[in-house]
Structures are given as C-alpha cells and as structure tokens.
Design a protein around this ligand. Structure first.
Ligand code: ZN
Length: 254
C-alpha cells in the first residue's frame, strides 16, 4: 500500500485542456484531448468509474491537490467571455466583445476581462478568488474613472464542488458577490440606462431588468408613436369625410 491511499485526497474536478486553453469540468472532458493540472502542470487522466466520483487523476501519482482556485478563476473568466450579459444588483449588464486578460493600452496591468458597453466605452471585470485583493488595482480603476465590476466568489469556494454549468448560473444569473468598483452615474446614453438601475445595496427586482431587448423596446416605442400618428390622421380624415357627406346631404334637400 502506498502512502497516498490512506490520505483523503482532494477530488480534482477541473483540468486544463492545453489545446483549447480552457478549464474543463470532468463531465465534459474528452479522452482524445490532453489535460494538465492547474497546480503542477503535469498530465492528467480522466477517471470515470461507476464506484468513484468522476475526476481527473495525475498520470504520475502525486499528492498535488490540482489547483482548484486557479482552475476556477480560469473557468469564471471563460464564462464571462463566452457570454454577453449578466445579472448585477438591480439590473442586467449588457457587454460586447469580451476579452480575457487584455492589457490596458496605457498601463501594464491586466483586467480579468475587458469588454465594451453598448455606448462603446470599456467595462472591466475582476473575479476574486484569493485573499490577495488587489487594492492597488481597485484604486487604479477609481482614479482613472473606468467602469468596473468586482465579482467576489471566494465565499463559494469551500464545500460544494460546483459543476461548470452551476458556476455559469451563479455568474450570469445571480448577483452574489457582485460590486461596482467604479461606475459613472452621471454619464448619458445607454450606460446611464444600465447604470441608473444599479443599486448595489438592493436585491434585484424583476421589473427593473434591462436586457438587450431594451433597444428593441425603444424601437417599438418609435413604431407605436408612428402608429398613433397614423391613427389620429385617419380619424381626422374620417370625421372630415362624414361632415362633408352630411353637409352635402343637408344642401341637397333645398
Ligand atoms: Zn498537480
């Protein structure tokens, strides 16, 4: 018996797909792909038995715990990058063209995710997974006046081993751990439409939701204005015609 069999080993649920450069959940892993450990970078094999929980195992026996936090940090960024909207306290934030770890043009720092707001301004996401909260980075966002959000998921790291789908739900549909770092409340255009709805102290209300359909809503409003005008013109013409006919009939009698 070797020493590892007696220790309660961490069940490793995520590994790095080297080719795709993605954190992959064990249930989605494919045999033909190569997976590496987030911690020690050694190769992992897929273990899918009937008896055991499905997991990744180091090909060469090791007591490495698999780097769960790094794996999840990678996964969370992936989730933000692969989507275009997320619930935030008081509303839904719509963002476009998200990119992972893109360097600022004017600073060597890298936000976790950089995206665009519907008005063309940048929005930055920071997903927090360690205790080392970068205070310096936060100050930077505030000082530069950059729209930025912090998603602090540390409280969800212990205990449950969430699947990738569960994390996706938490990040996109829950407001858990989300806070603004800096948000310009005075700005006009679409950003105001979104940011005015953000009250980070209040729980979310369904009726306050702003979604990509907001633009459609504005379009619809324009359409219905036109419809109203046409209706008023039609009624006016109708009244005019009726009056004319009545008038004509009245004079025919004499
Ligand atoms: Zn490892």
């Amino acid at each position: 018996m070797n020493k590892y069999e007696t220790t309660s080993k961490t069940i490793i649920k995520y590994a790095l797909d080297i080719e795709a450069d993605k954190a992959v959940y064990i249930n989605k892993a494919e045999r033909e792909n190569i997976y590496k450990c987030f911690e020690c970078e050694n190769e992992m094999s897929i273990v899918r038995g009937d008896k055991n929980q499905w997991h990744f195992r180091h090909k060469v026996e090791s007591d490495c715990t698999g780097g769960k936090e790094s794996a999840l940090h990678k996964l969370w960024k992936q989730i933000i990058v692969e989507n275009n909207e997320m619930k935030i306290p008081g509303g839904t934030l719509v963002y476009l063209n998200p990119k992972e770890e893109k360097k600022f043009e004017f600073d060597p720092r890298k936000p976790d995710v950089t995206a665009l707001l519907p008005n063309g301004k940048y929005v930055y996401f920071e997903v927090i997974y360690t205790n080392a909260v970068e205070k310096d980075k936060r100050e930077f966002y505030k000082k530069e006046g950059l729209h930025s959000l912090e998603i602090d998921l540390r409280g969800l790291l212990n205990g449950t081993n969430y699947s990738d789908e569960e994390w996706k739900h938490i990040i996109l549909n829950e407001v858990w751990g989300k806070r603004k770092i800096y948000w310009d409340e005075t700005e006009k255009e679409e950003v105001q439409l979104v940011s005015n709805q953000i009250n980070f102290n209040e729980p979310i209300k369904e009726k306050e939701l702003i979604s990509p359909s907001t633009n459609n809503y504005i379009e619809n409003e324009k359409v219905s204005n036109w419809q109203n005008r046409i209706f008023v013109i039609a009624i006016t013409i109708l009244i005019f015609v009726i009056s004319f006919l009545l008038f004509k009939r009245h004079f025919k009698r004499y």
